[in-house]
Write a protein that binds this ligand. Structure first.
Ligand code: UTP
Length: 292
């Protein structure tokens, strides 16, 4: 059995420009889907996979994330006085075990690869997961849990993939698939945002990774790639052939909540799954002339 995955990095230093002005003061990861911030979905997904050491790579203006995962004494006291015990319990659940959460800063948004590199000293010599919280994944078991199960069999590196429309490959990191075993595919190549005419497949990397610490050796020396940013894809690609590298076509649905329409879609889809809301949401959609 390979070393267990206990740590996860959440890169949250991006500027969230597609959501301005909402993200001028509020971090994108704090935008709520139904009634929970995006970052909390990501943390709960990791916990379900047995991963409980969290490293946040933050930037300026991200204090709300730190506060969200801490006690809010005044609020807790007021809720207790008003006998609102359900809410009290709910907000208490967001606070991780003391010492299991760390924050480091990416001083300049130089790209996802650079953000992950900023977490290197917290990871040390262990395998670790990465989750991009603006990609909300609705899956049961959670996407990361499905990945950990594969990792426990294969070791090495495991990334989650999903199919995109063939004309959309230039929006994502895309894999070149090798041997297929059920939902698990060998990865023989990785390309960042390939033109549809040159894409090796339409299987895109959706923002969930389990990597070995060897990736830091490549990130250490990496120069900016596509878009002038230090891409994670380039360093991951260097691991192919050196270590086992698999992709999991996970079972579930993802919502790109970094995009306005994806975010709205996630809100509608997840509220329709809520017993306490579904009826009223259906009525509201019908009033707008929409079917659900
Ligand atoms: P995005 O490409 O979605 O960028 O980053 P963004 O800045 O968050 O949003 P837009 O495009 O300006 O609207 C994907 C993930 O990588 C992180 C982001 O926080 C997000 O989780 N990231 C990106 C960093 O942490 N640092 C970077 O330099 C770039």
């Amino acid at each position: 059995m390979p070393k267990p995955v206990r740590k996860i990095v959440f890169p949250v230093a991006g500027l969230g420009t597609r959501f301005l002005p909402a993200t001028k003061v509020v971090p994108k990861e704090m935008l709520p889907v139904v009634d929970k911030p995006l970052i909390q979905y990501a943390v709960e997904e990791a916990l379900e996979a047995g991963i409980d050491q969290f490293i946040f790579v933050t930037g300026r203006g991200k204090h709300a994330i730190e506060d969200h995962f801490d006690h809010a004494y005044e609020l807790e006291q007021t809720l207790a006085e008003k006998n609102k015990h359900d809410f009290l319990e709910e907000i208490g659940r967001t606070v991780p075990k003391a010492g299991n959460i760390a924050f480091t800063r990416q001083q300049k948004p130089k790209g996802l690869g650079h953000a992950i590199w900023c977490a290197r000293n917290f990871i040390g010599d262990e395998p670790f997961a990465i989750s991009l919280p603006d990609m909300l994944v609705d899956a049961n078991p959670s996407c990361l849990k499905q990945m950990v199960e594969v990792y426990n069999e294969t070791g090495g590196n495991v990334i989650a993939v999903e199919q995109c429309a063939p004309e959309d490959t230039n929006k994502y990191g895309v894999i070149a698939p090798g041997a297929v075993d059920g939902r698990t595919l060998e990865v023989t190549g990785l390309v960042e945002k390939p033109d549809p005419s040159e894409a090796p497949s339409n299987l895109f990397v959706l923002g969930r990774y389990i990597l070995t610490p060897k990736v830091f050796e490549y990130l250490d020396k990496q120069k900016p790639g596509a878009g002038g940013e230090i891409q994670l894809t380039d360093s991951m690609a260097s691991l192919i052939g050196e270590q086992p590298f698999h992709a999991l076509a996970y079972e579930g649905v993802s919502y790109d909540c970094g995009d306005k329409v994806g975010f709205l879609k996630a809100n509608v889809a997840l509220s329709l799954k809520r017993e306490d809301m579904a009826g009223r949401v259906r009525e509201a959609l019908a009033e707008l002339g929409l079917k659900s």
